[in-house]
Design a protein around this ligand. Sequence first.
Ligand code: FUD
Length: 289
Amino acid sequence: MSKIGVHSFVWSAGSSRGELETALDNTQRLGYRLIEFSYLDPAQVDVKWLAGRIRERGLDVAISMGLPPEGDISSADPAIVAHGVDILDRAVALVRDLGGTKLAGILSSAHGKQEHSLSRKGWDTSVAALSKVADRARAAGVTLNLEIVNRFESNMLNTAAQGMAYIRDTGASNVFLHLDTFHMNIEEADVGLAIRHAAGKIGYLHVGESHRGYLGTGTIDFPAIFDALVAIGWDDYVTFESFSTTIVDKDLSLKTAIWRNLWDDNVALARHAHRFIELGLETARLKQA
Ligand code: FUD
């Protein structure tokens, strides 16, 4: 049985107890072993209660987010950088309090389309700020996983190679890459090769289709991706991510340009995705046996 996770926005963008309970229920019932909560706001959620529910069900948990413009740690404005550091520190605490070990997403710059290119100073500012967060995260037993997203969602880390350079500059042992097949399909010359080159530095992984709908119905070469994952000995979570206008988050849906309805029935979608990932990994293992 492979370790397969699911992004909470497959279930709901809400965080009422009922919505969270349904999300956990569906996650477990369909055979997923990890739930990733996106933009979970501790002010809206009883974190202790949620941690207990996750533990009781024997699930793992990860948290993902993208920094807002007013918390961009690559900014020239020290107040904006300080706000971003505070957001990251609080997200690390949330991961720890939920019983998780991974913070993922766009952590090194603002999430969203930028109208300027990144300067050397912006890079250095971000590396310095994130390194400090990483020190505190290490004490909390949390890793920082930098999501590599396409050019329309960040002006900083668009390829795995750029992410590796950033990690080297931090010198931190608990900073890793968060790779995502949707973004890699846009920016990497060869997705399988990029995974092989990044082996050992990949901390978290999203599997999403080229249109972010049903896996296997777009243009992504999934056999090449599963082959690469098996070749590098990946034995951590593969988390399914998909977006449709059926589930709208006020921030993320706009930043990721979710304008089309790619599915209504999230249970059918998630059931299919689980089978697709399981079979893909199994086939790759058979090929390499
Ligand atoms: C964004 C993306 C997501 C996002 C995450 C934030 O394009 O792919 O992974 O960063 O959902 O919580």
